[in-house]
Design a protein. Structure first.
Length: 221
């Protein structure tokens, strides 16, 4: 599938940004579009590293914002990753949407976030914002959960599960996009999210397994 094939289905400004770097969509991205990405369907994307998962979430978020459906949330497990994503989004969409990074004081409601379209934060920070009853959360339309397999993590899992449950309760029409390269039970998780499961094995570089011994590598068939 070519990017040109979805030109009429996404905002013009979004197409113009993507068209600078992208000509052909990757297999997982094509599957996501066919599964309802552009129609605000919930998706669980389970594909290898560097297979194009982030762009799937990006398209969902920016489309929703540019079409004035509501705010977007990009949830990550680590502050460093949040900062990285913030820089990436600012570089691509500065001047088109208002982007904020929220990873700081857990005792603050960060009321200024009401003035932003896309908020990038950790799950712990979002939990704090929910506990502070931040009113702008009512206007969130699309959320992307990076590394969603951490629902199974002893320390971070319960917090992530609770915030997803609360956000879906606040807005029953919320679009949820889960991204991960390593989910042991994707069918069960997609059922819980009421999401279409996107699975694909394509990766930009072939991954080979081998055994190294005395300066030689014997690759497995």
């Amino acid at each position: 599938m070519q990017l040109q094939d979805i030109k009429t289905k996404i905002p013009e400004d979004l197409f113009n940004v993507l068209n600078k770097d992208i000509i052909e969509l990757r297999p997982s991205q094509e599957k996501a579009i066919k599964a309802g990405l552009l129609e605000y369907k919930n998706l669980l994307v389970c594909t290898p590293t560097a297979s194009g998962k982030t762009l799937i979430g990006e398209i969902a978020l920016i489309k929703s914002i540019m079409e004035s459906k509501g705010k977007g949330l990009y949830i990550v497990p680590l502050r460093a990753l949040a900062t990285e994503k913030f820089k990436d989004f600012k570089k691509r969409y500065e001047g088109l949407i208002r982007i904020a990074l929220s990873i700081g004081d857990m005792d603050s409601a960060d009321s200024y976030l009401a003035n932003y379209d896309l908020i990038i934060c950790t799950s712990e920070k979002l939990d704090s914002l929910i506990r502070h009853n931040s009113p702008w959360l009512n206007y969130v339309k699309t959320i992307v959960v990076d590394e969603i397999h951490l629902l199974n993590d002893i320390s971070r899992g319960p917090t992530l599960e609770i915030i997803l449950t609360i956000l879906k309760d606040i807005n029953p029409t919320l679009q949820v996009i889960g991204l991960s390269a390593t989910i042991g039970n994707p069918e069960e998780l997609s059922s819980w999210l009421k999401a279409e499961l996107i699975k694909d094995k394509w990766r930009p570089v072939v991954l080979k397994k081998g055994v190294y011994l005395d300066g030689n590598i014997e690759f497995l068939e």
